[in-house]
Write a protein that binds this ligand. Structure first.
Ligand code: MTE
Length: 348
């Protein structure tokens, strides 16, 4: 299938999933959004030459072959991956960065190994607190800064995979072939692609992609003092009908997806009157940890007119999706409720 993503930039390649491809629980590999800071290699690395180096505060530094990874116990897990800046362009106050709408997100079933199995094998030193990841992509821009990121050791040990499969296929080149990190329930920036080196340390990685971006900060504040973007926020989206659709009087099925990072979505409500009243939507399809849940609400639209339809999610910790997200300079984590305006008409 030749699916055209909505390309925001070619170099680096940044492209979002068109709304029409957000309609299923699984997002097809060739419809999945792409977010890059560097340049993707022209051809995939030869698997027999590929090595993963594990270095730093470990008892034994090692070099793993791809066959060593394949020989380890395999884990399959669904996980919704969202770009930290998804929804940025929908903020009422402008924020800098790629103008994502709702398609900087997708859900896949990933196959790979537990990072904790690798770390247990090398023996992490007691002082270790963070795990850094570096990929094979070539940095772009005049400063040529490599995309290196770290996550806390606790996350690395509890719920981080290194994956080589996406929806039953080898990980596609654009998504990190042959191996990427997947910090379950955390934003894409924590999931380094094309892995070549893992470094265990007592400090987070320092540098541009840790200290200047993927931080929540306000104008005039030092980005490095802001909170690091980790977990994905609680959010629901409407995937049909589309904004500005014109539909005949009758039953309108409103459908969407809802996700909550490490938490679980337990309720989705829909409103057809701009938020004055809310009705419970029904969940449809699978319910897996770290994965979005599809939902629908069947609305009997008996009168012609213009309607403001909305959805909002609640998670298992009692949090409710906010009407408007808190703003920050780089526009991360926009989980505000998004309105679709629908016209109901009498056909004839
Ligand atoms: N890994 C490397 N090596 N280089 C990158 O630029 N971008 C990150 C992450 N991993 C990136 C990376 C960001 S910001 C996101 S949102 C996700 O990859 C996007 O993953 P995808 O392109 O597979 O959807």
């Amino acid at each position: 299938m030749d699916i055209r993503l909505n390309v925001m930039s070619e170099k680096p390649l940044n492209a979002e999933t068109p709304a029409a491809h957000l309609q299923s629980w699984i997002t097809a590999n060739d419809a999945f959004f792409k977010r890059n800071q560097g340049e993707i290699m022209a051809s995939p690395v030869a698997l027999d030459r590929w090595r993963l180096f594990v270095r730093g505060m470990v008892k034994t530094e090692i070099e793993l072959k791809f066959s060593d990874i394949l020989a380890m116990p395999k884990i399959e897990a669904a996980n919704t991956l969202e770009c930290s800046g998804n929804g940025r362009s929908l903020l009422s106050e402008k924020a800098s960065g790629n103008p994502w709408t709702i398609g900087g997100v997708g859900n896949a079933v990933w196959g790979g190994v537990r990072l904790s199995d690798i770390l247990a094998g090398v023996g992490v030193m007691p002082e270790a607190r963070h795990v850094g990841f570096e990929g094979l992509d070539k940095p772009l821009g005049s400063a040529r800064i490599q995309f290196i990121r770290s996550i806390p050791l606790e996350k690395a040990m509890s719920s981080t995979l290194l994956v080589y499969e996406m929806n039953g296929e080898p990980l596609p080149l654009d998504h990190g072939f042959p191996l990427r990190a997947l910090a379950l329930g955390w934003t894409g920036a924590n999931c380094v692609k094309w892995l070549k080196r893992i470094t265990v340390s007592d400090q987070p990685v320092a540098g541009f992609f840790m200290d200047k971006v993927y931080r929540i900060f306000q104008k005039g504040e030092d980005p490095g003092a802001g909170e690091v973007v980790t977990g994905m926020p609680l959010k629901s989206i409407i995937t049909s009908p589309a904004d500005h659709d014109v539909l005949p009087v009758g039953t309108v099925t409103i459908r969407g997806a809802a996700y909550a990072g490490e938490a679980r979505v337990v309720k989705v409500e829909a409103s057809v009157d701009g938020g004055a009243s809310w009705q419970a939507a029904e969940f449809i399809g699978p319910d897996e940890p770290y994965a979005w849940r599809r939902w629908e609400y069947r609305w009997r639209a008996s009168h012609p007119g213009t309607y403001r339809i909305l959805s909002r999610a609640t998670d298992d910790e009692g949090r409710v999706q906010p009407p408007v997200a808190d703003w920050n300079v780089l526009g991360y984590g926009n989980n505000g409720v998004r309105e679709h305006s629908i016209s109901i008409v009498i056909q004839g």
